[in-house]
Write a protein that binds this ligand. Structure first.
Ligand code: 26V
Length: 797
């Protein structure tokens, strides 16, 4: 596409799709016009991929996920379709600011964090590879809440990404599926009829996901809940307006909000309804498509692979069995076999409080037939393995992890360490019974968004050095290694980072009115706020460092900016106190005339995908400091390493593999191992011991306790202090001393800029393995037994 053609296409949509005259068009209108122009180009490719999937009778992968944290879509589409030059030139002629258009798009925040973002990276990689696939999820009207700070405290506001027209989806009223809840079951022989008492409709909305160079496109189908019957005209005519609209409002609540991963999942009826709603709609859509092509249901595992992203779609097991047995007359045991060979399950956390369990009473009320089938599946499994030792139903609860395990032919963890811990802890007994079922698929990230698009300076430098094959073959980055010894290359590498840091410093100055020194270490911790991720360990070190600088302000300190980003779940009290403490610490440190040129703290609100794209390319140091054994993988850690930030981290999740790839000498390791953590916890008073042994730690805790960061309310953080001193389940105190040591090594290393640049460049060169393309190829080989389709020729651009 030439710039002139692009300009015509934009103007055409401006006038005929948006009904706007160029003279009066606002940023929003231009954004929509550009989006539609780009979308037109995508649609042809997307159709072609779909046609080829049917024609080639390829096996399809179905990715069932409660969350897809896709962020903005316009730039992604432009980059993958290679339309950037045309768009920039066309807009320049139209005197419209391209960057302003990109920034105008709201994030699609249909996820909480790592799990949802992983699903988004996987969708992009499957399209790039040409794996025929479809993502299924919920079209939340309100995504993850927006975060604001009020006097340092987190305030949540509803997020409204759909308040403006959404250019990327196609409504599919013809794909409307009835979903039932409640009611009763009538058994007839081996089958049953389920008569739900409540019905609603799942309506599909399709978003095309285009791969690199537009060679393939898959669909993300998100379900919207709609009432079965419109509003009640009789009631309306009687003047009872609220009651007339009630059934409609009730049905719509199902796809209204994304649950912020709050305290516990138990007892949340609406959440269970959401899970069944999207899982059932997806399975019936899958079976409808399958049956339009094949007439033997025993072929299902050969033609479809259904991935359960965590246990949120775990009801897929019993629901698929129900659809096969009750609605298609297949024998129960055979149905279980077909379902199991089709389904697979990814586990994303071992934290006991995050493992889903549903009360039998609630399950029986909402899904009476499914509860019966869960009992039968469980009995059959116990009979097959010859022991009653493991069970999916226990103590009046259905355990969704166990249910998923026994209904899947493959179960996977998301990093090597996490997979081993699955085998030795949560799924120990099941693993012994099914030793080949658990496999590891270490997470990855898409290099298109997380390098090519978010870091153009570094991308250009890389392409100039080794060509652009790295974009879809990221391990090619190893070809950079010889260039690392070239002083000119290294200087350019460092210059790209410096410019990114300058941009970020300007942005922070403008948005947060805090001045930061671009020459300082940009030390970044961005992720959900959680005790196990230990933002408070980072804060304690910050405070201890501040106090030490104050002792001796004229010593030549290495300047540092601590950047935090992340949301606390609204009901998670401890996390919210960490948010407030971070803001309080920032206030005190940033206004301290003795120290502020050496140490600042910034905490931009509302951390999301788009903010990550700004922060990561400008980072020097990546904080991956979770308690060993707790972070299943992490994916931010990979994005940082790829963009040339060095990691300070524990041996947790994928940090272990990152360290192996980038070499131990280019990674700042500290802290106990997962085994040592378990040992340490057995020692009574471990926190007290650690505090007594380290005066820096003692002083930092005392500063918080005495109210130095909350002088108007000195007791404000006594909760945090008590937790640290008396409980400290996440062994913050015991890891502090070694963390401090590693941070001082960071200071020393950063003071030698050439060596630092070399280490950073080495991180980039050795991060290629962490591409989600590699991860998806792993799933295709080990889990899905699916092959890539021959892709379409490159998009003309
Ligand atoms: C959920 C909950 C809910 C209850 C309260 C505490 C809590 C803590 C964590 C979670 C998250 C569960 C699932 C999840 O998002 N896991 C993340 O998945 C990423 C992709 O595999 C992985 O990189 C992260 O390490 C993992 O935490």
């Amino acid at each position: 596409m030439t710039p002139a053609q692009m300009k015509d296409a934009i103007l055409h949509h401006l006038v005929y799709t948006l009904g706007k005259d160029a003279a009066h068009a606002q940023t929003y209108d231009w954004r929509m016009a550009l989006s539609f122009a780009v979308r037109d180009k995508i649609v042809d490719r997307w159709f072609e991929a779909t046609r080829r999937t049917y024609a080639g009778q390829h096996k399809r992968v179905y990715y069932l996920s409660m969350e897809f944290l896709i962020g903005r879509l316009l730039k992604d589409a432009i980059i993958n379709m290679r339309l950037e030059e045309a768009a920039i030139d066309a807009l320049q002629e139209l005197k419209v600011d391209y960057q302003a258009i990109l920034e105008d798009e709201p994030d699609a925040a249909l996820g909480n964090g790592g799990l949802g973002r992983l699903a988004a990276c996987f969708m992009e990689s499957m399209s790039t590879i040409g794996c025929p696939a479809m993502g299924y999820g919920i079209r939340y009207e309100n995504g993850l809440f927006r975060q604001r700070f009020e006097n340092g405290r987190q305030v949540e506001e509803p997020e409204d990404w759909l308040s403006q027209r959404h250019a990327w989806e196609f409504e599919r009223p013809e794909v409307s599926i009835d979903i039932g809840f409640g009611g009763h079951v009538q058994e007839i022989g081996k089958r049953a009829n389920w008569y739900p008492s409540e019905m609603l409709i799942a309506m599909g909305h399709d978003t095309p996901i285009i791969g690199w160079r537009g060679r393939w496109g898959n669909t993300l189908r998100l379900w919207e809940a709609r009432p079965m019957h419109g509003f009640d005209l009789q009631r309306f005519n009687r003047g009872d307006y609220a009651a007339a609209a009630e059934p409609e409002a009730l049905a719509r609540t199902l796809s209204r909000v994304l649950y912020p991963d709050d305290t516990t999942e138990q007892g949340k009826e609406l959440r269970l309804k959401q899970e069944f709603f999207f899982t059932s709609a997806s399975l019936r859509d899958i079976l409808r498509r399958f049956e339009s092509e094949y007439d033997d249901l025993r072929l299902l595992p050969k033609k479809a692979a259904i991935q359960m992203n965590d246990t949120h779609p775990a009801i897929a097991g019993p629901e698929l069995v129900r659809l096969l047995v009750d609605e298609r007359g297949i024998d129960f045991e055979e149905a279980v076999g077909i379902a199991r060979n089709t389904l697979s399950y990814t586990n994303h956390t071992l934290l006991p409080e995050a493992l889903e369990r549903w009360d039998e009473g609630l399950m029986g009320r909402l899904l009476p037939r499914h509860l019966q089938l869960i009992f039968r599946i469980n009995e059959l499994h116990m009979k097959d393995v010859g022991t009653r030792k493991v069970t999916a139903v226990d103590d009046g609860h259905v355990k969704m992890g166990e249910l998923s395990f026994i209904m899947a032919h493959r179960v996977n963890g998301v990093s090597a360490l996490h997979t081993e811990l699955m085998k030795s802890t949560v799924f120990k007994d099941l693993h012994e019974l099914h030793p080949n079922r658990i496999v590891n698929e270490t997470n990855g990230v898409t290099p298109r968004r997380w390098l090519l698009s978010c870091n153009p300076r570094l991308s250009t430098l890389i392409t100039d050095a080794i060509g652009d094959d790295w974009v879809d073959d990221l391990e090619q980055l190893e070809k950079l290694e010889p260039h690392i010894d070239d002083a000119a290359f290294l200087e350019s590498y460092a210059a790209a980072k410096r410019q990114n840091k300058n941009d970020l410093a300007n942005w922070i100055a403008e948005k947060l009115e805090v001045g930061i020194d671009p020459e300082a270490i940009f030390d970044v911790q961005i992720k959900r706020i959680h005790e196990y991720k230990r933002q408070h360990l980072n804060l304690l070190e910050t405070i201890a460092h501040w106090l030490e600088i104050r002792d001796n302000p004229n010593q030549g300190w290495v300047p540092r900016v601590k950047i935090f980003g992340g949301k606390a779940a609204p009901g998670y009290v401890f996390a919210k106190e960490i948010v407030r403490l971070t803001n309080d610490v920032a206030k005190v440190l940033n206004s301290d005339p003795l120290t502020s040129r050496y140490l600042k703290v910034v905490y931009p609100p509302n951390y999301n995908v788009s903010l990550a794209e700004k922060l990561i390319p400008a980072s020097d140091l990546s904080e991956q400091i979770s308690t060993a054994g707790k972070e299943a993988s992490g994916t931010g850690n990979m994005k940082f390493a790829l963009n040339g930030a060095l990691t300070i981290g524990t041996l947790d999740g994928a940090n272990v593999e990152i360290r192996e790839h980038v070499k131990p000498e280019n990674f700042f390791l500290f802290g106990m191992t997962a085994d040592e953590v378990m040992e340490r916890r057995r020692i009574g008073g471990h926190a007290g011991q650690a505090i007594a042994a380290d005066p820096r730690l003692a002083r930092a805790i005392e500063a918080i306790r005495a109210g130095r960061f909350s002088p108007d309310d000195p007791g404000r953080y006594h909760g945090i202090v008590d937790n640290l001193v008396h409980h400290d389940y996440f062994v913050v105190c015991s890891d502090f001393t070694d963390y401090w040591r590693a941070q001082r090594e960071v200071d020393t290393a950063f003071a030698a800029p050439k060596d630092w640049a070399r280490m950073a460049a080495f991180n980039t060169a050795r991060s290629g393995w962490f591409s989600s393309d590699r991860t998806i190829r792993g799933y295709m080989a080990d889990v899905w037994h699916a092959e890539a389709a021959p892709t379409v020729e490159d998009a003309a651009g």
